[in-house]
Design a protein around this ligand. Structure first.
Ligand code: GLU
Length: 444
């Protein structure tokens, strides 16, 4: 059976680097094996889900190159969840409970004060039909809990190796709230069964859920898929990123000018034994991906690494790739220009400043007017590819300046800046007329 995975975000917020890493690893694993990738919008919570967040998820995944093969909304599948719930009720695995949250709180406090684990005591299982009818008559509506087997659930985790959860130490999970809302646990299993999902890949914060969900797969008579639980992201300081994830949204990163391939290369390689290097494409990342390369230690998310990868992506970008974007910014000055400046870019938009060196106006920085005048006197008639070398040799002979004392003043005069691209290549692009005016101290 070919691999089929799913990314299942809830449209209750923007995608951030944490959930995009989950999406990416699912995608890489599937594509690396010729499998397929399902986008499933977990929108059972109609009150908190919005169309805007859902659209944002699609925009972000598309921008990152994580194209999906199938797409579903949980909100369109409630009848399937009802059917599964009916089956679980019929087999006695889903049972009604009438406790209010205050009552449950009080019971937990009593358990804790006695040194007992605060797990649900299954009092509702003892209710007689008459007692249930009395609650209903009072106007109480039941919530529904899944009766766990209370055994050790074990699986071979692709990322963690042998994994076990003892469901005897857990409360029976609530699958349906008293207002009828299906919580995430059951719909997720129903979908994974209906959609023939072969592997569930998600963060290690879901390990406990997996224990309960494996029991639900079994209770519904379905084959249990494979699982991979990835170590969570930590920041450069080693502290968990979870609280800061909200400020690391993909749409913000797009606005800040990050290249999608820098983001995917970074998120696809942190926490693995691969070097942090820019990938040629997200497909190439998929071909190189393997869970065996993923360690159990947390993945370090460091913006400095992302910045380095972003620069690497730009330094290797061909003119053909860059051209439409240069044109859109109104700074398409040709292939020679692009090849001259791309090595100086950290963000694509930096190219606009470098284009201004060519198109002007540049305010020349002249520290020694006599030097500028001498340089103008020996300026070659034609500024071609070889002109810079001939000119600087001549300026050196005429003024005695050399090394940095020769090149820095020329750079400051011609570009107005102390750093920038190779001047030998820039000079012909700037052109003789502008060079003359800048040497004379005119903004040109
Ligand atoms: N909607 C769930 C979440 O975002 C999906 C978890 C899963 O992958 O099963 O946490």
């Amino acid at each position: 059976m070919s691999v089929k995975v799913r990314f299942a975000p809830s449209p209750t917020g923007k995608l951030h680097v944490g959930n995009v890493r989950t999406a990416l690893v699912n995608w890489l694993f599937a594509k690396g094996q010729g499998g397929s990738f399902v986008l499933r919008i977990d929108d059972t919570d109609l009150a908190r889900s919005t169309q805007e967040f859902e659209d944002g998820i699609e925009t972000d995944l598309t921008w990152l190159g994580l194209v999906w093969d199938e797409r579903y909304n949980q909100s369109k599948r409630f009848d399937r969840y009802e059917e599964a719930a009916a089956r679980l009720k019929a087999s006695g695995r889903l049972y009604p409970c009438y406790e209010t949250s205050d009552e449950l709180d009080r019971r937990r406090k009593v358990q804790l004060s006695r040194g007992l684990p605060p797990i649900y005591d299954r009092a509702a299982l003892e209710l007689t039909e008459a007692e249930k009818a009395a609650y209903e008559a009072e106007g109480r509506r039941p919530h529904w809990r899944f009766k766990l087997d209370g055994k050790r659930v074990a699986w071979e985790d692709l990322a963690r190796g042998h994994a076990e959860v003892d469901t005897a130490s857990m409360s029976d999970p609530v699958l349906i709230r008293e207002d009828g809302l299906f919580l995430y646990t059951l719909p997720s299993v129903v979908d994974d069964i209906d959609m023939d999902i072969t592997h569930i890949i998600r963060g290690e914060d879901h390990v406990t859920n997996t224990g309960a969900q494996i029991e639900i797969f079994e209770a519904l008579g379905a084959k249990v898929p494979g699982f991979a639980h990835m170590p969570l992201l930590v920041g450069a300081d080693g502290a968990a990123l979870s609280k800061r994830l909200g400020s690391l949204s993909i749409s913000d990163m797009r606005d800040q000018g990050y290249e999608p391939i820098a983001i995917t290369s970074h998120l696809g390689k942190i926490g693995t034994s691969d070097n942090l290097e820019i990938a040629a494409s997200v497909e190439a990342l998929g071909a190189a991906f393997a869970f065996s390369k993923m360690g159990r230690s947390p993945a370090r998310y460091d913006t400095a690494d992302l910045d380095r990868l972003n620069a690497q992506a730009l330094h290797g970008m061909t003119y053909a790739e860059a051209q439409p974007r240069l044109a859109a910014l109104g700074v398409d000055l040709g292939e020679v220009f692009w090849d001259t400046v791309r090595g100086n870019l950290n963000k694509f938009a930096d190219v606009a400043d470098l284009a201004r060196i060519v198109t002007g106006p540049v305010t020349p920085v002249i520290e020694d007017p006599a030097f500028a005048a001498a340089a103008l006197e020996v300026l070659p008639e034609v500024i071609d590819a070889g002109a810079w070398s001939a000119w600087t040799t001549a300026v050196k002979e005429k003024t005695g300046a050399k090394g940095k004392g020769l090149f820095m003043p020329l750079r400051l005069i011609l570009t107005g800046q102390a750093h920038g691209p190779d001047m030998a290549a820039m000079a012909p692009l700037i052109g003789r007329e502008a060079i003359v005016r800048r040497l004379k101290g005119e903004a040109a």
